[in-house]
Design a protein around this ligand. Structure first.
Ligand code: KG4
Ligand code: ZN
Length: 329
């Protein structure tokens, strides 16, 4: 059994976690920065990076104390090395390197997307490779066949905005706070998903790629028209995104015979999306898995877990591991 310390700071969440290779989460701590970025309607990279510098070291000390372990008892240190906001990425990666250097424990430089991709296996010992993964977050919207640790095949990506980005932009247009996903989901409860006619970009096309920019512009026009209730716009927008995701995923299912469909990333916290994808999976004779909402949004337990999977496969990194703003899986 290996004990892994995971560190995350690639966007606006500072997080540390201690996870074992047999799936115990010994301790985890996370501090978000929603309040700091709210006035700007999105994450300001400079503010985020400075906050990580102030917050992350305290979280590392906190999880070690909570689990009552010293750094010498940890088997490896896993830190997100990208992709993300480069100033933030450097904070966790350099903290991980410092701990690795001082303790002599190996460093695992984790791709944040791999953290999301492997996260369902942390809570589900029965989830075997391969699985078809819809990875939908603030920065990414992809369909991947996950065949093994480090073995990913990308079937589709977005040609413009990510799904979470679309939620955040639509929320801003509606005057809702950042992050937009949870705010739109809440407002949509009181709205009619058929009230506002909105486009479904790329629906019906033969390749499973995504596009959300046109949807955002249509929301902008609906808001400007001044004739629709905000709740109806929120509900109609959410329905349009769900319709696009279901259609795109159904095309990917035709291209993959993986027995399980998995959705992960922050947008996977959305209940309308979860239930629509569950239906799609069952209609296609596939199992459906989605991690709990806390594991869908950014956290360090998923980084520690990806670190545990890589460590078990002998995939460690040197102290010269680069921080990468862009790093496709
Ligand atoms: O994975 P994540 O925490 O950070 C990134 O790696 O990007 O995803 C954050 C994104 C944000 O765009 C947020 O609006 C969206 O996930 N999100 C949601 C929900 N909760 C978070 N989108 C739709 N419905 C939700 N309930
Ligand atoms: Zn993420």
């Amino acid at each position: 059994m290996a004990l892994i310390l995971g560190l995350e700071s690639s966007c606006d969440d500072s997080a540390a976690a201690l996870v074992t290779s047999d799936r115990q989460i010994l301790a985890q701590a996370i501090v978000g920065q929603n309040e700091a970025h709210r006035p700007f309607g999105g994450v300001v990279p400079e503010i985020a990076a400075r906050a990580h510098v102030e917050i992350l070291p305290g979280l590392i000390r906190q999880v070690l104390a909570e689990a009552d372990v010293s750094i010498s008892e940890v088997d490896a240190i896993a830190a997100t090395a990208g992709p993300g906001l480069i100033g933030g990425v450097m904070v966790a990666l350099l903290a991980g390197k410092g701990l690795s250097l001082s303790s002599g424990k190996p460093l695992v430089a984790v791709n944040h997307l791999e953290g999301h991709a492997l996260s369902p296996r942390l809570v589900d010992p029965d989830l075997q490779f391969p699985y078809l993964l819809l990875l939908a977050s603030g920065g990414h919207c992809q369909l991947l066949e996950v065949r093994g640790v480090g073995d990913y095949s990308r079937l589709a990506t977005t040609i413009d905005d990510a799904a979470g980005e679309a939620f955040d932009k639509a929320a801003k247009l509606l005057g809702l706070p950042y992050p937009g996903g949870p705010a739109i989901e809440e407002l949509a409860k009181d709205g009619d998903p058929q009230a506002v006619p909105l486009p479904r970009p790329l629906v019906g096309s033969g390749e499973p790629h995504f596009s959300f920019a046109g949807l955002k512009s249509a929301v902008q026009r609906a808001v400007a028209a001044g004739t629709y209730k905000p709740a109806d716009i929120a509900a109609s927008f959410q329905q349009a995104v769900v319709d696009c995701m279901v259609d795109r995923t159904s095309v990917a299912l035709e291209k993959s015979d993986a027995p399980t469909l998995v959705v992960a990333g922050g947008v996977a916290a959305n209940r309308a999306l979860r239930s629509a994808l569950a239906e799609l999976a069952s209609a296609n004779g596939r199992r459906f898995r989605v991690p709990p909402a806390w594991l869908c949004t950014d956290n360090a337990a998923m980084i520690a877990w990806a670190g545990a999977e890589r460590f078990a496969a002998g995939k460690c990194d040197g102290l010269d591991a680069p921080a990468r703003a862009r790093w496709p899986l």
